[in-house]
Design a protein around this ligand. Structure first.
Ligand code: PLP
Length: 466
């Protein structure tokens, strides 16, 4: 057991470890090649009876744990969407852990609640959201979307569903490319996945507003209750942007809650040149994006904005005797703004990141990533053996290898094999998706400290297969 008085000495060991990790990061295989149970089998089946030395624990960290880590902060992590971090965010997390505050209500740490309120205002202003929105930090976009659906459900059922159960004729709408967290939330909300209507997309893979309107009208004719439309600013597969403005008009006409999922691309709204993506946002009811994806704030940190906070709170509040306070109604008790009661002090890392970078510093980094992606896309476009599947957007490109004479099935197989081989080399990590039946390779250039030489490394590897 470590003594509190020896904290500095032991912390120095850990800090040195982190410094070495950062220095060596690009030497690690970016994707772990562990096989199932390889790590598990190295960990004793029972806990130690007597305490062990920190040095022994650290030895096992290096020997057992690190080989099973996929290095999300590696500059050549280009898979999925990043969950990037920064020095500032890590340092703030030290303090969050040291404070160990549980920020369920204002009284359990007034500074946490009030810093959260301010940070949400800073971000609201910085990404151009109207002041009619109020923000709260959630753990993930999945939770935020669940919260939006629950609130929409309660409004449409006159706040009876929490008490009496959910009628089976509520309808939710989203494009067929929407993130799987929406399917999950619709299931959890009790509305039922069969009531999630997936609307077809256009050539740019954005939701077709005309088809949405047709589906809503058909549903009304059949006695269904249109409850919530969820659109994406930046779908997971191809970063498609649904037509917010057009869809907002439809939602207004039929009195439907409009939730905007900008989990990844929302960070780009810090850049005035990308505000076109959120045109019409003043008519949405709720909006979510993840600073823990592309805003240099380590996982987890989701910004959820909502206009009708009264309905949100009415949907989620619980007030047992032991949580009653004298300040209720005068302050934000964020336990009523989300699903869990207990809450981490997440605002602190946002404060560190935003203050240390400044808005211009954040914008500079984002523009650099976008410029690196343009460079990447221009390079591969020249090879002749690569098809770029959608116009590159932000720091994202999707593409596939093509070869004369190969049909779709064979081309898909070839691309899958190439991607597996590339990822197995451990030098870079890319991921894939399918557009209709077409297998495509995705690359996101979003690591906090990524440089052109890292992109050149990917290009060199990809060129070997071209
Ligand atoms: N929405 C979109 C568009 C996403 O891309 C993702 C994750 O990649 C999510 C929601 C879920 O995010 P989280 O992991 O914060 O729940």
């Amino acid at each position: 057991m470590l003594e509190k008085k020896d904290f500095l000495e032991n912390a120095t060991t850990i800090i040195q470890w982190i410094q070495d990790y950062y220095n060596d990061l690009s030497k690690f295989p970016v994707k772990s090649s562990s096989s199932p149970k390889e790590i598990y089998d190295q960990i004793p089946s029972s806990p130690p009876i007597h305490g062990e030395d920190l040095a022994d624990i650290m030895t096992d960290l290096n020997k057992i744990i690190l080989p099973g880590i996929t290095h999300w902060q590696h500059p050549n992590f280009h898979a999925y969407f990043p969950a990037n971090s920064s020095v500032e965010s890590v340092l703030a997390e030290f303090i969050t852990a040291a404070l160990g505050a549980q920020c369920m209500i204002w009284e359990t740490s007034p500074a946490a609640a009030e810093l959260e309120e301010r940070m949400m205002e800073w971000i609201r202003e910085s990404i151009g959201l109207p002041t009619s929105f109020e923000g709260v930090i959630q753990d993930t976009a999945s939770t935020a979307t669940l919260v939006a659906i629950l609130t929409a459900r309660e409004i449409k059922t006159n706040f009876t569903s929490n008490e009496e159960g959910v009628p089976n004729n509520l309808r939710i709408y989203a494009s067929k490319d929407i993130h799987s967290s929406i399917d999950k939330a619709v299931g959890i909300s009790g509305i039922g996945k069969k009531n999630l209507m997936k609307i077809d997309v256009d050539k740019q893979r954005a939701m077709r507003a005309d088809l949405l309107q047709n589906q809503i009208e058909l549903d009304i004719e059949n006695g269904k209750i249109p409850t919530c439309v969820i659109i994406a600013i930046g779908t997971t597969g191809t970063v498609a942007v649904d037509p917010l403005k057009e869809i907002a008009v439809i939602c207004k006409k039929y009195d439907i809650w409009l939730h905007v999922d900008a989990a990844y691309a929302g960070t780009a709204l810090l850049l005035p040149e990308y505000r076109w993506m959120s045109e019409g946002i003043e008519d949405a009811d709720s909006f979510v994006f993840n600073p823990h994806k592309w805003m240099f704030t380590n996982f987890d940190c989701t910004a959820y904005y909502v206009k009708d906070t009264l309905s949100l709170i009415k949907t989620l509040e619980v007030l047992p005797e032991y949580l009653k306070t004298n300040t209720r109604g005068m302050v934000n008790d964020y336990r009523d703004w989300g699903v869990p009661l207990g809450r981490r002090f997440r605002a602190l890392k946002l404060w560190f990141v935003i203050r240390s970078y400044g808005l211009e510093g954040l914008r500079e980094k984002l523009r650099k990533h976008i410029q690196l992606n343009t460079y990447f896309a221009e390079e591969i476009a020249d090879w002749g053996t690569i098809e770029i599947m959608q116009d590159p957007i932000l720091n994202f490109t999707c593409f596939r290898y093509i070869e004369a004479g190969l049909d779709l099935k064979a081309t898909n197989l070839k691309n899958k094999e190439i991607l597996d081989q590339i990822n197995n080399q451990g030098k870079v990590f890319l991921s894939h998706t399918k557009m209709n039946e077409t297998y495509i390779i995705r690359i996101v250039i979003g690591q906090t400290y990524v440089e052109q030489e890292d992109v050149d490394k990917v290009l060199k590897i990809l060129k070997d297969y071209a």
